[in-house]
Design a protein around this ligand. Structure first.
Ligand SMILES: [Zn+2]
Length: 185
């Protein structure tokens, strides 16, 4: 029997799966797959600090899926995938960065995790490969990689209240502590 879950009600599931009808979604493999996807979404929600989440897409018709494009979307055809974004508290990009941590991927048993600028895609099936794909553009991707960090000036010791360097991260110049600067170099 098709059902919602504590934080994702049935009407949200139906809306995110339109134009597939309730009668269609109340058959297998949809019922089992959607139940598993919602259980995973409850765990995702908890992992993200219980932020409110908007689900934008779950099960998709073949025609809808062709429009959306992309191989990872095939999971939507059988109800094994969810597209979502946090309504507040976190950006989609921040949510993706939390979920991609190895511990989170393992605990959630995700098959695929894909980060986009405006939403996060997860798929859940028995393979649970933990495959991560980053499709964010530079506009939303945080500059965490060492390659993105360039030292542009080093302040004299003791200057600027314990900060050792002015570092350009992306387009912003920031002061960082000496200990961190040593690690980055
Ligand atoms: Zn998707």
């Amino acid at each position: 029997m098709l059902a919602g879950s504590p934080n994702f009600n049935l009407s949200e599931v139906l809306e995110a799966s339109a134009p597939l009808t309730k009668a269609t979604l109340n058959t297998e493999p949809y019922v089992s797959n959607i139940a598993r996807a919602l259980a995973t979404m409850e765990a995702v929600r908890a992992t993200l600090g219980h932020v409110p989440i908007k689900i934008t897409s779950m099960a998709r018709s073949a025609a809808d899926n062709r429009e959306a494009g992309g191989a990872e979307h095939s999971h939507h055809l059988v109800g094994n995938a969810v597209d979502f974004y946090p309504l507040r508290g976190l950006t989609p990009s921040e949510a993706f960065d939390i979920l991609r941590q190895p511990g989170a991927l393992r605990a959630l048993k995700l098959d695929e995790l894909v980060g986009y600028d405006g939403h996060v895609h997860i798929s859940v099936d028995l393979r649970g490969r933990g495959k991560v794909i980053d499709k964010r553009t530079a506009a939303t991707k945080p500059p965490t990689a060492a390659a993105d960090v360039t030292a542009v000036a080093v302040a004299p010791p003791g200057d600027r209240a314990g900060c050792a360097a002015v570092v350009a991260i992306g387009s912003a110049a920031v002061l960082i502590p000496a200990s961190l600067f040593a690690m980055l170099r």
